[in-house]
Ligand binder design. Sequence first.
Ligand code: GLN
Length: 207
Amino acid sequence: MIIRTSKKCQNGGIRMAIIGVLALQGAFLEHCHCLKSLGHQVQEVRRIEDLAHISGLILPGGESTAMSNLLQSSGLLEKIKDKIENGLPVLATCAGLILLAKRLQADSLKTFEILDITVKRNAYGRQSASFVSSAQISSLSSSLIPLVFIRAPIILEVAPHIEVLHRHEGNIVAVQDKNIIALSFHPELTKDLTFHRLFLERVSLKS
Ligand code: GLN
């Protein structure tokens, strides 16, 4: 399937929406800046009440163990799961991707168990093995897209209905499934807003 961001989207000019950014831990502020630079209102999500008016949700990178614990203790885990299963558009990056996975390799972390993929955490090793790459993803953009991998996971298996958007050296690192876009890397740490625009286009189609 070919996905293109619309003209309206490339201008960042799609209808303004309130977008939730899970703000329990990790790199959430950078996502907030990206959304604001595209003209959207941001709701940092820390409590169940914060979910009330959002039209989309970003699950940021960070430490998935800490986020999982906080999601469970705040009661957000079940509420967010319910909203995503009912079609709320989601952009998940790195730890966010881990939290969506139905299966983790050799790991008992509690996740939302929504996305039918198997994920290996810290697949490239320790923090010092983090790296920056770039890729031409012709279904999304004619420019090279920078890819920042920080203690990144890889996707080992995907169910047949999941669309693979990108592989890095053979490893699956970007997928989409209905209302979900999930990435192993961190677009919010670059100036390239291709994935945020793609996500916001989903939001505007839904609302
Ligand atoms: N390795 C981290 C984890 O398993 C994710 C890293 C990231 O989000 N940059 O939680």
